[in-house]
Design a protein around this ligand. Structure first.
Ligand code: ADP
Ligand code: MG
Length: 444
């Protein structure tokens, strides 16, 4: 037995029952002639036992080897009865030529994704890609703010395809970068390419972070991976916080690849969708919330569904801890940090009036279609603060500001958020406006 294998067995021994270890693992004999770092063969007394150990322990063994050596080997358990037969050899070889699918989060699937106007198109595109990978929508590019379900959809595509026998590699762009650097350092780029180019689907979450590597080899490698995989009929799906047009730090040729398939956004959920999601999540958590409480959470919390989920979990935990029934009062007190109650009394007119006074722009101009820079900015601030501070729905805000529909509202909101991210002064100005609007209301 090699030194490393002794260590691997020691580690496995810690995580399984002593009699399991003695019965199955201890008796395994390493076949030194057949084994290589990436392909390790063990022998045991009979075929049935070999099959059992293969299914139950091979993956864990492989992971422990990977931890110790940096190389994740294929583990083959076979028997002393006869030599590794031809069929085993063949499948072992075939497996070596194909990468293993990534292990995905099983609970992210299409069946528990709530569909509404805000995500319908993204959902339909994702389903279509999952059913027909590499065909119509390639690449599929899904963008939207944090917590709106991009990763959920991406993983749903992956889970669906793995179930249908496809090979799926799913990584964040950061994992892709780290993986690339790891294989460069270890001079194992052939393995890296096998993994990323011989897959049926490549799913890359949060591609925006690849923009931090402009001018580095990683983008070039991603470009080549993209081209080669697509040429071979592989499907690519990416998610991002922004559409390709305004992504920063990317080479032009990559952006044009991102745009060459179909692009879809996920916008903040409308009230009905939010309510449906809260209902579903509370059912999943086996907690009963009255419709009043569901409505309270939906109207008072922001649009980030991750935050809504954590609020529901918190509610659940506190009610168990304090053995208290979940009433509206209880909900309000538990969630007071998460919820800054919207002043029901703030109206869009209040917002516009304050902005008009502070920025010295006529209310009618703010609502007009003027393209003058200062007016466009004031209008965007107005839209943003109307969404943030009033109880109006997106369509209602759209019609008030004379916009086509709710997606125009989210476009304006996204835009002003970006500008605020870039320009600290603008951010402070908008915060001051927000405080003035709320103060004006409270002093009434
Ligand atoms: P993103 O990747 O866009 O930041 P996630 O996909 O991680 O967001 O979603 C955050 C959480 O909200 C996840 O737990 C996800 O299951 C849930 N979620 C988001 N959208 C939906 C939806 N439409 N239906 C059900 N759950 C959702
Ligand atoms: Mg995500």
């Amino acid at each position: 037995m090699s030194e490393i294998t002794v260590e691997v067995f020691k580690e496995l021994e810690k995580s399984i029952l002593p009699n399991e270890f003695n019965k199955y693992i201890k008796k395994l004999a390493l076949d030194k002639t057949l084994s290589k770092p990436s392909f390790i063969v063990f022998k045991t007394s009979n075929l049935l036992m070999a099959k059992f150990i293969q299914t139950k322990y091979a993956e864990t063994l492989s992971e422990i080897y990977a931890k110790k050596t940096g190389i994740k080997p294929e583990i083959i358990i076979t028997t002393n009865e006869k030599k590794l037969n031809l069929k085993d050899k063949k499948t072992a070889k075939k497996d070596l030529e194909k990468p293993n699918s990534t292990i995905l989060i099983e609970s992210y699937n299409f069946s528990n994704f709530i569909v509404g106007d805000s995500n319908r198109f993204a959902y339909e595109c994702s389903k279509s890609v999952a059913k027909n990978p590499g065909k119509d929508f390639n690449p599929l590019f899904i963008y939207g703010s944090s917590g709106l379900g991009k990763t959920h959809l991406l993983q749903s595509i992956g889970n669906f395809c793995i179930e249908n026998g496809k090979i799926v590699i799913c990584v964040t762009s950061e994992q892709f970068m780290n993986d690339f650097q790891f294989h460069i350092r270890n001079q194992t780029m052939d393995k890296f390419r096998l993994k990323y180019r011989k897959t049926d689907l490549l799913l890359v979450d949060d591609i925006q972070f690849l923009g931090n590597t402009k001018g580095e080899k990683t983008q070039e490698e991603f470009f080549n991976t993209f081209n080669e995989l697509r040429q071979a009929g592989g499907q690519i799906v990416m998610t991002s916080d922004k559409p390709p047009k305004i992504l920063k730090g990317f080479e032009e040729r990559l952006l044009s690849r991102f745009e060459s398939g179909i692009i879809t956004d996920i916008t903040p959920p409308e009230l009905e969708t939010k309510i449906a999601i809260i209902k579903k999540k509370s059912e999943d958590n086996k907690i009963v919330l009255s419709s009043k409480i569901i409505e309270y959470i939906a109207t008072n919390m922001g649009d980030n569904i991750r935050e809504i989920e954590s609020a529901i979990n918190k509610l659940n935990a506190f009610s168990n801890l304090m053995r208290s029934e979940i009433t509206l009062e209880f909900t309000k007190s538990v969630l007071q940090d998460q919820i800054r109650e919207k002043k029901e009394s703030v109206t869009i007119n209040d917002v516009i009036e304050t902005i008009s006074k502070e920025l010295n722009i006529k209310p009618s101009d703010i609502k007009s279609k003027s393209r003058r820079k200062n007016i466009v900015e004031a209008r965007r601030i107005g839209i943003y603060l109307s969404k943030k501070l009033t109880i109006n729905s997106m369509p209602a805000i759209a019609s008030f500001f004379g916009l086509k529909d709710h997606s125009a509202v989210s476009h304006n909101i996204r835009k002003i958020k970006e500008l605020m991210d870039e320009d600290g002064f603008l951010k402070i100005r908008v915060e001051e406006l927000e405080n003035k609007i709320l103060k004006g209301k409270n002093s009434e």
